[in-house]
Design a protein around this ligand. Sequence first.
Ligand SMILES: *[C@@H]1O[C@H](CO)[C@@H](O)[C@H](O)[C@H]1NC(C)=O
Ligand SMILES: *[C@@H]1O[C@H](CO)[C@@H](O)[C@H](O)[C@H]1NC(C)=O
Length: 472
Amino acid sequence: MILHCFIIISAAALLCDGQIAEYLFPELTQATRGVVDELTKTPLVSRGSQSSGDLLSAGVRVLTLLPEAATRALGVGTQLPGLLPDSHTNIFGALDNFLPDYDAGLGNEDATLDIRDIVRKYGYTLEEHEVVTEDDYILSVFRIPSNGSAVFLMHGLLGSADDYVVAGPENGLAYLLADEGYDVWMGNARGTKHSRRHVHLKPSEAKFWDFSWHEIGTLDLPAMIDSVLEETTAKSLKYIGHSQGTTTFFVLTSVRPEYNEKVSLMVALSPVAFMTNVRSPVVRLLAAGTPFIHGFLKAIGVYEFLPDSSLMRTLKLLMCGAGVVSDIMCSNIMFMMAGVGYAQFNFTNLPVLMGHTPAGASAKQVAHYGQGVLTGEFRHFDYGTAGNLERYGTETPPSYALENIVAPISLFYSDADWLAHPKDVDKLYNNLDSAIDIHKIPYQQFNHLDFLWAKDFKVLVYKRLRKLLTFF
Ligand SMILES: *[C@@H]1O[C@H](CO)[C@@H](O)[C@H](O)[C@H]1NC(C)=O
Ligand SMILES: *[C@@H]1O[C@H](CO)[C@@H](O)[C@H](O)[C@H]1NC(C)=O
């Protein structure tokens, strides 16, 4: 992993600072020089109006011109721990055995039904609440009402409230909590399919997409949390976040510490803050493209993250071989970024998951994560030296002040998670004074998306989660 990291970082350092990487990693510069030559030669550098999807895909395409460096950066050929029984094959190739399960799930109407219809179909009441943020985004918050205490669920990158119901009534976290008597609220970040509205901007305007998870944490979460507390007349709620849903919580409670007391317990499923050890090849490749976009396009991130077909083709070429399941998995950017293991994945339910993700995100969210991978820091968005001086008064962006977080936090993580690596989670845990519990899922193959949809979610996650909720 260290090696992958060096390759990506040295490519980035060459882009930013010319000679530094050459000095530090002479043996790697030959490989990375090819990348840089291509980047500076490529005509799109001089074009001003590229979509970020084009730029990302160009960055990835350029990296793929160097088969060896790219292969090593991707980790193909080396082991991707806990993912597949046989890592010599391509990542998704070995999943083809599960095709009959997938076929059995085709025709499940939940794939095309809206979340509102699905929840009601299974006999639950669903309310929809509209919340307007300080900067005028209009968000939808879904609720399965009850007189019990309020639990607020916050989804991850490219996800939405749908994430908590698409596993079906037996396994979906929203239903499990509702059955337990909780008042279940499900947030939807700006830019997701349920929250693509603004008082005066349209999603077709670049300005609409000028946000990262910083704004989701500092503006969307306060608006949604306040709305829940107002509606329920409670003083606090329980917060459960997955992935970016944990990032945004850490942003909120460090930047606006007054929100700590509105949360009696925070449960972090696959917590993402420090990203040094991220294993996802796609995320590492996109991260490598971050400084590239940064250097040449001032308007970074003011667009929706819509991976275009050339990006998807390139990634597919690198990660997925032939085969029908590969075709299916590799057509969905969320699966490609998070990775999919076979052990806990319900392939019969795959058509439903495909019908509900990806739910939308901005390119700037992806770029902000990319910066975290490259720097190893959990900090505000990097606008470049001039931009940082203007915004923050410092040349580099400030780190999020984790010492401000005092709400009780319980962390759940796993060994095979492509995004939340145990080492990064450990670092986070050591930086959170109010962490009351850290729990590794006792199942080696458990991965990022299993925290939402594992076949044994009830035993492996919910059992402990349920107990925690009763204590706070
Ligand atoms: C919630 O309502 C149910 C029936 O409507 C009632 O039996 C229960 O005691 C109530 N619980 C609380 C905490 O008020
Ligand atoms: C897998 O998904 C199918 C279809 O949604 C569902 O009927 C089944 O109960 C799920 N299996 C498990 C173990 O969750």
